[in-house]
Design a protein around this ligand. Structure first.
Ligand code: 5AD
Ligand code: SF4
Length: 509
C-alpha cells in the first residue's frame, strides 16, 4: 500500500508518524506533509484518469448555513483551481461570500513563485489570527503552491497555529474529506501529496464570469528551469485527453462564453505524455478552432517546445488569436544555459522570425527575469537588445528570487540587490517606451473589442479587450456587455486605449 492509499484508508500508523520528527508533536487525524525531494522525482508510471468524482452522501449537508471565502494569489492556474474549489463548496451546500468577516471557512489559495508572493500570504495569515480569536469556529485553510513546500508547512506549524488545514495542489478533489477532518480534529489537518500522476476529470466548477473561461489542458511541468519552484509544486506533466477538452470547450461555447483560454504551465508540452498517440498542441488547436467560439487563447508557452505544426495551425487565424505570450527570461545564451531553458538567444530569435513570417499581425509578450545569479552587465545588455529586436508589446519583468529547493538557490550570487533593482528599472523603462510606441499606432484606428463590463476605475465607462489583449475604455450602453463592438481609438496610453464606440456588432455566438 502506498502513502496515498494508506492515507485514504485512514491507516497512518504511529511508526509513520515517529519517522518525521519535525512534525511529531502535531500528529493528528490526517497527517501528510509535503516533500520537495519526492516532488522532484519523475516516475515512469502512466497517468491515471479518474472520472468518478462525486460528493459522498455523508458530506452533502456539510455547508448548510455556512459561507466560504477564497482569496487567490498568483497565476491563472490558481484562479481556475479556485473555481473548482468554489464548485465543490457549492456542491456541499455552502454559500459564497466576498467578505472574510461573514465567512465560516476562509481559504488562501497561495503562490510560491517569488518570495514577495509568499510574504503576502504570511501577512494575511497574521491578520486572520485576530479573526480566529474572535470566532474560534472559523476554519482557516492554506492551499495552492506554498502548501507543497516543507519550509512553509513548518513555518505555519510554528507560527500560525490558528490555521486549521493545509492541503496541496494535488489534493483539491479531497476538499470534502479535508473539511470534514478539520471540523472534527483538534489539531491542524495537513494533506499534501508530493507525487501525483493523476488527472481527475469531472470536478465541479463555479466559473467567475460568463464571458471568458479557463480550460485546463495539462497539469504540471517537467522543464525544471533552475530558478523555478513550479515543477515541484505542480508535479509532473499530465495532459488531459483531447476529447475531454474539446467537450468542455463545446459546452462552454453552447453556454455563451465568448473567449476561452487554454491553460497549462507549459502548454507546448501538451500530449508529450500520451503513450498511445502522437498528438500535440497544434493538433488540439486545429480541432478547437472549429468550435463556434469567438476567441481562443493559450498560456503559457515554452519556446523550446513551440513547434512548426503549432505555427502552421495558428496561421489559420479565425478564432485563434494573434497574440502569443512567449516567455524568454533572458537575452543571453549563457544565462539561458544556467537557467536550463534549453534554447539560445539565436533559437528564440529564429522562432520569433518564423512566427512573424507565418502570422504577420502577431503580437508577442514575454516574461523576463533580471539579476539571475552572477548575471553580468553585458549579459543584461543582451536582454535589452533582444527586447528591442523583438519589439514585444509588453512584458512581465521580475528580479530573480531564490526559491529553496531549486538548483539556482544554491548558486553563489555576486550581483548586489542595488544592481538588480537598477537593471529592473532600466528594463521597465524600455518596456514602457516600446509599449507606448505600439499603443500610439492605434490612435485613429478602429478595433474590435469584447466588452467585459464597467471599467475598474470609472463606472461610467465600459472596458474590454482586443484580440491582441489591449485594454480599451469607452462610453457605451451597458447592453453591449458580452458583445463585440467596434471602437475608434481616440487616445493611446502606455497600458490602455481610450475610444468611442462606432458600431454595435451583431450578436456574436
Ligand atoms: N524569481 C523570479 N521570477 C521567477 N519566475 C519564475 N520563477 C522565478 C523566480 N524564482 C517568473 C518567470 C516565469 C514567471 C511566471 O515568473 O519569468 O515565466
Ligand atoms: Fe517554471 Fe520553466 Fe516550468 Fe515555466 S517551464 S513553470 S519557468 S520550470
Amino acid at each position: 500500500m502506498n502513502e496515498k492509499q494508506r492515507l485514504e484508508s485512514g491507516q497512518v500508523t504511529p511508526a509513520d508518524k515517529k519517522s518525521e520528527k519535525d512534525y511529531s508533536k502535531y500528529f493528528q487525524t490526517v497527517y501528510m506533509p509535503p516533500s520537495l525531494k519526492d516532488a522532484k522525482k519523475r516516475g515512469k508510471e502512466e497517468v491515471a484518469y479518474h472520472n468518478d468524482f462525486s460528493i459522498e452522501e455523508r458530506f452533502r449537508g456539510m455547508g448548510q448555513g455556512r459561507k466560504f471565502y477564497i482569496r487567490t494569489y498568483g497565476c491563472q492556474m490558481n484562479e481556475h483551481d479556485t473555481e473548482v474549489m468554489a464548485g465543490i463548496f457549492l456542491s456541499l451546500g455552502y454559500e459564497p461570500t466576498d467578505s472574510v468577516q461573514d465567512a465560516h471557512v476562509v481559504l488562501l489559495n497561495t503562490c510560491a513563485i517569488r518570495e514577495n508572493a509568499e510574504n503576502k500570504v504570511f501577512g494575511e495569515l497574521g491578520h486572520l489570527k485576530a479573526l480566529k480569536r474572535e470566532r474560534p469556529d472559523l476554519l482557516i485553510g492554506v492551499c495552492g503552491c506554498m502548501s507543497q513546500e516543507e519550509s512553509v508547512v513548518n513555518k505555519i506549524l510554528q507560527k500560525h497555529q490558528h490555521v486549521d488545514m493545509i492541503f496541496g495542489t494535488h489534493n483539491i478533489h479531497r476538499l470534502p474529506h479535508i473539511l470534514n477532518e478539520a471540523y472534527m480534529a483538534k489539531e491542524m489537518v495537513i494533506e499534501v501529496w508530493s507525487k501525483e500522476g493523476d488527472v481527475i476529470e469531472n470536478l465541479p466548477r463555479a466559473r467567475k464570469g460568463s464571458i471568458k473561461a479557463w480550460v485546463n489542458i495539462m497539469y504540471g511541468c517537467d522543464k525544471f528551469c533552475t530558478y523555478c519552484i513550479v515543477p515541484y509544486t505542480r508535479g509532473k506533466e499530465r495532459s488531459r485527453r483531447p476529447e475531454e477538452i474539446i467537450q468542455e470547450v463545446r459546452h462552454l461555447a453552447a453556454q455563451g462564453y465568448k473567449e476561452i483560454t487554454l491553460l497549462g504551465q507549459n502548454v507546448n508540452a501538451y500530449g508529450k505524455d500520451f503513450e498511445d498517440m502522437e498528438y500535440g498542441l497544434g493538433d488540439l488547436m486545429d480541432e478547437i478552432r472549429k468550435i463556434d467560439v469567438l476567441r481562443i487563447r493559450f498560456t503559457t508557452s515554452h519556446p523550446r517546445d513551440f513547434d512548426d505544426r503549432l505555427i502552421e495551425v495558428l496561421a489559420k487565424g479565425g478564432n485563434l488569436v494573434d497574440h502569443i505570450h512567449l516567455p524568454v527570461q533572458s537575452g543571453s545564451s549563457d544565462i539561458l544555459k544556467i537557467m536550463a531553458r534549453k534554447y539560445t538567444r539565436e533559437y528564440y530569435l529564429e522562432l520569433v522570425r518564423k512566427i512573424k513570417e507565418a502570422i504577420p499581425t502577431a503580437s508577442l509578450t514575454t516574461d523576463i527575469i533580471v539579476g539571475f545569479p552572477n548575471e553580468t552587465d553585458e549579459q543584461f545588455e543582451e536582454t535589452l537588445s533582444l527586447y528591442r529586436e523583438v519589439e514585444f508589446d509588453s512584458a512581465y519583468t521580475f528580479i530573480y528570487s531564490p526559491r529553496e529547493g531549486t538548483p539556482a538557490a544554491k548558486m553563489k550570487d555576486n550581483v548586489p540587490m542595488e544592481v538588480k533593482k537598477e537593471r529592473l528599472q532600466r528594463l521597465n523603462a524600455l518596456v514602457n517606451e516600446i509599449s507606448a510606441k505600439k499603443m500610439q499606432e492605434y490612435e485613429g484606428r478602429v478595433v474590435e473589442v469584447l466588452v467585459e463590463g464597467e471599467s475598474k476605475n470609472n463606472p461610467n465607462v465600459l472596458a474590454g479587450y482586443t484580440e491582441k489583449n489591449k485594454l480599451v475604455n469607452f462610453v457605451a450602453p451597458e447592453s453591449v456587455i458580452g458583445q463585440v463592438v467596434k471602437v475608434k481609438i481616440t487616445k493611446a496610453k502606455t497600458w490602455s486605449l481610450d475610444g468611442e464606440m462606432v458600431e454595435e456588432a451583431a450578436e456574436v455566438k
